[in-house]
Design a protein around this ligand. Structure first.
Ligand code: ADP
Length: 259
């Protein structure tokens, strides 16, 4: 027989509303997965219980960024059980389901079904599910919006990717689906030289904030282009965790966006 405390915990968990926050971008390679992983960890450190779905079905990178490559999710009943990691941010990714290096060449409906399996899983008592969307607007994004309407979306762009963001009218996909855009994040904004600390702007800087103003959307912050962020992502120790040996200056920008 479960004791009273167990029942209370179960009921609280069931009553708790789980919000889904989608993280999207106009194109690939702008740091959407990096941002999503670090946001998840920063939110966790702020006291939220967070799960992460890597919906980038054709190019999953969360197992590498979160350092749990090669682990397979368990199955409970007909549902997948998210894969744990050392930051207590359970994650489900196609990268955990297919053999490493195997190419996923699915047609739309299969990709949509895979997404359903990842989201409709045994997430337990989490309050926030971050979904790392594939870049652009395709079948996976449509399934996501139609079947699991997110509470909001965060859009990430580099300063030079602006034209694309504008072209996509900063998430008209989300607008059409009635999903509010929580705000825009500028990634790779200002390069911090690892030798002298000088900041330069290979991709420009500030453009995303201006776009946000123009589109009357909130601007959530900028993440610098830093060698340490790339190294930490490849090593599976996201800077926001503050335990990978990187300086806290790399954690702070992610924490600011999460706040
Ligand atoms: P996306 O999910 O948009 O395709 P990723 O998050 O996979 O992009 O990032 C693409 C590459 O850029 C990765 O190698 C990642 O480590 C690197 N990267 C992302 N953001 C930064 C940054 N702020 N500074 C340095 N490297 C970055």
């Amino acid at each position: 027989r479960p004791d009273v405390e167990d029942v209370r915990v179960i009921l609280t968990a069931e009553r708790r509303t789980r919000r889904i926050v989608a993280v999207g971008s106009g194109k690939g390679g702008v740091g959407k997965s990096t941002l999503t992983a670090n946001l998840a960890i920063a939110l966790k450190r702020l006291g939220h219980s967070v799960g992460l779905v890597d919906a980038d079905i054709y190019g999953p990178s969360q197992p590498t960024i979160l350092g749990n490559r090669g682990q397979k999710p368990e199955v409970s009943g007909k549902k997948l059980v998210p894969v744990p990691n050392r930051w207590d941010v359970p994650v489900l990714s196609m990268g955990h389901l297919v053999e490493e290096g195997a190419a996923v060449a699915w047609r739309g409906p299969m990709a949509g079904n895979a997404l359903t399996q990842l989201i409709d899983a045994e997430w337990g008592a989490i309050d926030t599910l971050l979904v790392d969307l594939p870049p652009g607007t395709g079948d996976v994004q449509l399934t996501m919006l139609q079947k699991f309407k997110p509470s909001g979306a965060v859009l990430v762009s580099t300063p030079q990717d602006l034209a694309l963001i504008d072209a996509a009218r900063a998430g008209s996909l989300f607008d059409h689906a009635g999903v509010p855009v929580i705000g825009l994040v500028e990634n790779m904004s200002g390069y911090i030289c690892p030798h002298c600390g000088e900041v330069s702007d290979p991709f420009g800087s500030g453009g995303v904030e201006q776009a946000a103003e123009r589109l009357e959307l909130p601007f959530l912050g900028r993440i610098p282009l830093a060698l340490g962020i790339r190294e930490a992502s490849d090593a599976g120790t996201p800077p926001a965790a503050r335990d990978g040996g990187q300086g806290s200056e790399l954690a702070a920008p992610f924490e600011a966006v999460a706040a």
